[in-house]
Design a protein around this ligand. Structure first.
Ligand SMILES: [Zn+2]
Length: 297
């Protein structure tokens, strides 16, 4: 029997809360291997996530003769990146801010086109995940600053994600990011020479990543007239898919080491980035515009 959308959402919420509780438990059991300062910090994070999950109530109400709805209450949001319900709320808020920016961009330039870009790097052991995030961020900065990209793209929203892979004995992490980029008005005009083929993007991303292999990149144009919001929602979500946190073959527990490395990597890290026309503060956009303008004599 197919589940109704509200039932599916209800189950998803419950699964996310269970993931948070399991993460908190795993962190409390995590060994002290990153040094005392980080250990204490992680224990505080664990308590906050546990309190957040414990104070969250999720109910499915079906008033007689009315449609079912979910009553979701959380009085103590922990706002930790590894807390799934908090990550969901944060993504929702970010999406609302971005939607406002998108409306402003489209009000100014209704014909503005967008591309959807995914860039990845090779999997490494989950113990490396903090370094991988730092490498990915630095590579993205080099990528946006490179001439060819800066010429073709007028702004972007980028969400960085961690995919957990490998077996229970050898958990691996893959870091990748999804970007919605607004492109130059002449981007698709062959004469303008701004267009970036997938092959070209692989080359540019490889250079930015300083990799000795061709990393996987994927680019598609958001069709003209299509709703860009769906693509934006795709790049602004949680950093780690909640169901992937659980150990393989045991949908209740999280590996303490995996939780530890992830909590350390995500601690106070911002995984959603904005640039150019998508930058959310007016001051930043004004400064960018000033810098891009040729100076008047
Ligand atoms: Zn929380």
């Amino acid at each position: 029997m197919a589940l109704s959308p509200v039932t599916r959402r209800y189950r998803r919420y419950k699964m996310q809360r269970a993931a948070s509780a399991a993460v908190a438990q795993a962190l409390q059991r995590a060994p002290n291997i990153l040094g005392m300062a980080k250990h204490r910090r992680i224990q505080v994070v664990a308590r906050r996530i546990a309190a957040c999950a414990a104070s969250t109530t999720i109910k499915l109400l079906t008033p007689p003769g009315d449609a079912s709805r979910i009553v979701y209450r959380n009085k103590r949001r922990c706002r930790v990146g590894l807390c799934m319900p908090c990550a969901r709320v944060r993504a929702k808020e970010a999406n609302q801010r971005i939607a406002v920016r998108l409306d402003a961009i489209l009000a100014e330039a209704p014909q503005n086109r967008f591309i959807f870009l995914t860039v990845t790097s090779r999997n490494r052991s989950v113990a490396e995940v903090a370094n991988m995030l730092a490498d990915h961020e630095r590579a993205l900065n080099r990528f946006w600053r490179s001439n060819e990209i800066a010429r073709a793209i007028t702004g972007h929203v980028t969400g960085i994600e961690i995919a957990l892979r490998g077996s229970n004995d050898a958990r691996e992490a893959g870091v990748h990011s999804h970007t919605v980029a607004a492109v130059h008005p002449d981007y698709f005009d062959r004469k303008a020479d701004l267009y970036l083929s997938q092959r070209r993007l692989v080359h540019l991303w490889r250079r930015a990543l300083r990799a000795d292999y061709n990393p996987i990149c994927h680019v598609t144009a958001v069709p003209a007239g299509d709703n860009v919001r769906a693509s934006l929602r795709e790049c602004v979500k949680y950093a780690v898919a909640p169901h992937k946190l659980f150990e393989r073959g045991n949908a209740k527990t999280v590996d303490p080491l995996v939780a530890l490395y992830l909590a350390d990597a995500l601690y106070k890290r911002r995984l959603i980035r904005f640039g150019g026309v998508f930058a959310t503060t007016r001051r930043y956009r004004a400064a960018k515009a000033m810098a891009a303008k040729p100076s008047n004599p």
